[in-house]
Design a protein around this ligand. Structure first.
Ligand code: SF4
Ligand code: SF4
Length: 471
């Protein structure tokens, strides 16, 4: 049994079915059909491959507007107004793979580095100093220079840092596909979500993009979540690197993966990330014929939200600030802020030292405080909440609450409390003034009077110095 899990085939990605659905989608892409699907999507019960294919073929600007509106409405009906923030923490840029699109590929010559535990504590301190409470730990694949034991020590080092009453409360981990045994170790180390991007679901493209190294094995990579879930990790984070192959195919691939996890484990991916390929050291974008335009990208973000309504959707600093803000209106529920995408980047930036090469170019360089101000000004409620994971609301327990629209009743007060902590401890005077106003407004909107009163009391406790209050 164990061996079976270790060597599964990714037959749940059925390319023929995807191509058939895409053809069918083209054929059925009438206005009436699209409007009926949009209407169905708003009920937040998900969509079939064929329905998604129809929406992907919609070109009429009026219908595209309807898709945008529906995506926003679905996000609001499940998660409410909150947007959760996190920071990536790159701990090692050693890598034995040769992903064609990545600045860390084995063929790129630069002095590689992994952080010492002391450096990890310093980076964590710099991230906490901005106001973050949640990180995504990132590392390339290199069993010799970055073994699982190093990652486990790094996780412990991050959790051990405590400054100004603040600590990292949730570590999501993005490391290479690995064994059930190693996933069990990550679970025991109390990670939040295990993140692994598929990059591309298209087998031939996958083989070309990953010519060497363990990542070349499509089946092993694509079945990583099966092993992670078999090892007891409840929350997995999926994603595609848009621009490697036809984005319509990739969206249907994501949906097949989500349906497979739901069927096998009763719970689809906890999050889906939507990175687009970016320039990086030695990478020439002209050699990628499937780059995704801004309009195509916005549409696919909205359609993913409609297809898998309960899944968190993440946008990173690969996108520039103004464009990111537009995407926040299309169903995105999490974003990174104030990010550095190089090993040791937070401290080097602070001390103006020599910078390590980054995995990709960051396009949104706003400091976290500016991101907080901008999203609050746009009417969102910024959040540093990590409550579900800490209250055991993971996997199907989380999904059960999300599916009946209940989770937002917790997201909202938790966002208010964590935003308040940020305002008291880290915010600039401008963000503080705006944030206090936003909190007053959102407090009034808490529907349950008992919960509203309790949240008000907790806000007073935070003013008085108490921290880490959550539901
Ligand atoms: Fe290594 Fe990941 Fe970059 Fe591939 S994408 S070269 S596995 S760091
Ligand atoms: Fe996320 Fe749960 Fe917090 Fe909502 S209550 S923001 S779903 S951790």
């Amino acid at each position: 049994m164990h061996q079976q899990i270790e060597r599964q085939s990714a037959s749940f990605i059925d390319e023929a079915a995807i191509f058939t659905a895409l053809e069918e989608g083209k054929r059925r892409a009438s206005r009436a059909e699209a409007e009926a699907i949009i209407k169905k999507a708003v009920l937040a019960d998900g969509l079939t491959l064929e329905e998604v294919a129809v929406l992907l073929n919609v070109a009429d600007p009026e219908l595209v507007e309807q898709i945008y509106k529906a995506a926003k409405q679905i996000k609001l009906s499940i998660y409410g107004n909150r947007l959760v923030l996190f920071a990536p923490l790159y701990v090692s840029d050693y890598c034995i793979n040769s992903c064609v699109y990545c600045g860390y590929g084995a063929g790129h010559k630069f002095k590689r580095r992994r952080l010492t535990m002391e450096e990890i504590r310093k980076e964590t301190t710099a991230i906490l100093d901005m106001g973050h409470k949640r990180i995504a730990m990132e590392a390339g694949e290199d069993p010799e220079n970055c073994p699982i034991d190093y990652i486990l020590d790094a996780i412990q080092a991050v959790y051990s840092v405590d400054i100004k009453n603040a600590n990292i409360r949730r570590i999501n981990v993005n490391i290479a596909a690995t064994t059930v045994e190693n996933y069990k170790k990550l679970k025991d180390a109390e990670i939040g979500t295990y993140i692994l991007f598929q990059e591309t679901f298209h087998r031939d493209t996958y083989a070309r993009m990953h010519p060497r190294g363990p990542k070349h094995d499509y089946d092993y990579h694509t079945t990583s979540f099966d092993r992670a879930m078999a090892a007891g990790i409840d929350d997995v984070g999926a994603g595609v690197l848009f621009g490697l192959y036809d984005h319509k195919f990739e969206v249907l691939g994501l949906l097949q993966q989500a349906l497979h996890l739901e069927a096998e484990f009763g719970c689809g991916p906890h999050t889906i990330s939507v990175p687009r390929i970016r320039p990086a050291g030695g990478i020439n974008l002209a050699s990628f014929p499937h780059l995704v335009s801004d309009d195509e990208f916005k549409k696919l973000v909205a359609i993913i939200r409609m297809a898998v309504p309960y899944t968190g959707m993440i946008i990173t600093t690969r996108e520039e600030a103004g464009f990111r803000n537009q995407c926040l209106e299309l169903g995105i529920s999490q974003l990174s802020g104030g990010s550095c995408t190089g090993v040791g980047g937070y401290c080097e930036e602070n001390e103006a030292g020599v910078k390590q090469p980054t995995q990709f170019v960051v396009n949104d360089e706003r400091p976290l405080d500016q991101v907080m101000f901008d999203i609050a000004e746009a009417g969102h409620l910024p959040s540093f909440c990590t409550a579900c994971y800490r209250n055991g609301r993971t996997g199907d327990r989380f999904m059960a609450m999300a599916k009946i629209g209940e989770i937002q009743n917790l997201c909202q007060p938790n966002a208010i409390l964590t935003f308040k902590e940020y305002l008291v401890d880290f915010a600039s005077p401008e963000t503080k003034a705006l944030g206090e106003k936003i909190i007053r407004e959102h407090l009034k909107q808490i529907p349950n009077p008992k919960l509203r009163r309790k949240t008000q009391e907790r806000l007073a406790q935070i003013e008085a110095g108490k921290r880490d209050l959550y539901y």
